[in-house]
Design a protein around this ligand. Structure first.
Ligand SMILES: [Zn+2]
Length: 231
């Protein structure tokens, strides 16, 4: 075979093969590209502007405690929780609010000098925008309120329960919470979380949590009804 014949032979046999292969490759890549395009997941639809993402710090629970002391106030709790040892030395007190029982100081309790202005007085001691150390494993989405008193042994005062009902009503409306599911005693919250093997009686056996939830619910409804519809 001379050179010219060889070139002719190559042209006849190889050129169509190479051209065919190139064409097949282009077809193959084209099909693959199209299939990939079709299989790609549809982009998520944009969220409407009014729909904000869920706030991880949103308030879901309102937790009720007692101080297990005969006397106290917001100032006393601040000292007990944030004071240097033998106090707890925390950065912040464990409650957002404290509701007094009429005996704000040790002295007043010792002498039994009842202060009606300090009975049912709500002391706000921590900003609601901060989370505090009220319930182990359960502080992230909760506000905490503490009644002064040892309420396993004594009843809370009427003024304390009225002030507590008002505060919880205010918080339920402010944060859009259902009193029946948002309000929990410390021990109930512990059970709800389910990470501890024992259950506290906090806020005390003398506090009827079901009655409290019902009282707050009826106040919330009354306050949300349009004017003139209240009974
Ligand atoms: Zn407690």
């Amino acid at each position: 075979m001379n050179r010219e014949n060889l070139q002719q032979w190559i042209r006849r046999n190889f050129v169509p093969v190479i051209a065919g292969t190139a064409l097949a490759l282009i077809l193959f890549l084209g099909i693959r590209f199209t299939v990939n395009l079709l299989n790609r997941p549809a982009p998520a639809p944009a969220k409407p502007a009014h729909e904000k993402p869920e706030d991880p710090d949103a308030i879901h629970y309102l937790v009720v405690h007692h101080s297990v002391s005969e006397w106290g106030s917001g100032a006393a709790v601040v000292e007990w929780h944030t004071g240097p040892p033998p106090h707890r030395n925390w950065d912040l007190p464990g409650y957002h609010a404290v509701i007094g029982n009429g005996y704000p100081t040790k002295e007043s309790w010792k002498k039994r000098v009842y202060d009606s202005g300090a009975d049912g007085r709500v002391d706000r001691i921590v900003s609601e925008s901060l989370r505090v150390n009220g319930v182990r494993f359960g502080n992230k989405n909760a506000l905490q309120v503490c009644l002064i008193g040892d309420l396993d042994r004594r009843d809370p005062t009427e003024k304390q329960m009225a002030a507590l009902t008002n505060l919880l009503t205010h918080w339920c409306i402010k944060y859009g919470l259902d009193p029946r599911t948002a309000i929990l005693g410390h021990g109930e919250m512990q059970e709800h979380i389910g990470l501890e093997g024992y259950s506290k009686t906090c806020p005390g056996e003398r506090v009827d949590m079901d009655a409290l939830r019902a009282a707050v619910l009826s106040q919330v409804i009354r306050r949300l009804l349009p004017r003139g519809m209240e009974q």
